[in-house]
Design a binder for this molecule. Structure first.
Ligand code: ATP
Length: 228
């Protein structure tokens, strides 16, 4: 029963078998900062990318592994007509009721953990030079210290975050502001960063920074003792 509101979806002890065998990069940033954009670019350069946010969406899509448990715990009214999690409805509930957030996390976190580990092992075995874990709440969870060889934070102004998320037409201003309030502050996040990826401009400005980070991560590999 012991669970905190921000219990981490990937228990670090499950991933420690990879530590020292392959460089591990933790990638985080606030909503709309550009995490997916950055991880896509790293993926194009050859990195193995595990996106915990994407996994969270997959397990709550129609026929996702979390759906039967969500139906049982919250009722069919929290599913949309396609059978996926009704994210808007659930978001309203968990913002109002911390207990509901806990219940939801008790369903989703073990499933996210399982899939994260599966993908990480698969990508490692496939010979990717390093792994990137995209974790929106990396800083908030506080459970990750010691796992990653490097932490990169994607950063931009609050105005840019709001503009991007609104343009993507996902959420209202009020909803975005609520999420921003619930997330770590910019300063808290930046204090954990080994690399800060300023993402205020366009892609042309971002790409060289991603290439630098990629080179840095490849450098970790050459510094690793080779495993037999
Ligand atoms: P979320 O937390 O909501 O999942 P995120 O941090 O993964 O978001 P992205 O999805 O990468 O952020 O970016 C948010 C939006 O901003 C997307 O539509 C993306 O295409 C756009 N965007 C991000 N960075 C840039 C950039 N440097 N130039 C142009 N558009 C960008």
């Amino acid at each position: 029963m012991a669970s905190t509101p921000h219990q981490n979806p990937t228990d670090q002890s499950d991933l420690t078998s990879l530590k020292g065998r392959i460089p591990l990069l933790g990638l985080t940033g606030g909503i709309g900062s550009g995490k997916t954009t950055v991880s896509d670019l790293l993926g194009q350069l050859g990195a193995g990318v595990i996106d915990t946010d994407l996994i969270a969406h997959q397990i709550t899509a129609p026929s996702g592994k979390a759906i039967p448990l969500i139906r049982e715990q919250f009722g069919a009214e929290f599913l949309d007509p396609s059978g996926a999690l009704d994210r808007g409805k659930m978001r309203s509930l968990v913002f109002e009721k911390p207990e509901a957030r806990k219940s939801l996390e008790q369903i989703t976190h073990p499933l996210i953990r399982q899939e994260t580990i599966r993908q990480a092992l698969e990508l490692s075995q496939a010979g990717r030079p390093y792994l990137v874990f995209v974790i929106p709440l990396l800083v908030e969870s506080g459970n990750w210290q010691g796992l990653f060889d490097h932490i990169a934070v994607v950063d931009c102004s609050k105005d840019t975050q709001i503009k991007r998320v609104m343009e993507r037409n996902k959420l209202t201003l009020e909803e975005i502001e609520k999420i921003l309030e619930a997330q770590a502050s910019r300063a808290e996040r930046l204090s954990q960063a080994n690399t800060i990826l300023h993402n205020e401009g366009g892609l042309a400005e971002l790409k060289p920074k991603i290439q630098d980070l990629h080179k840095k991560m490849l450098g970790f590999r050459t510094n690793q003792p080779t495993s037999s």
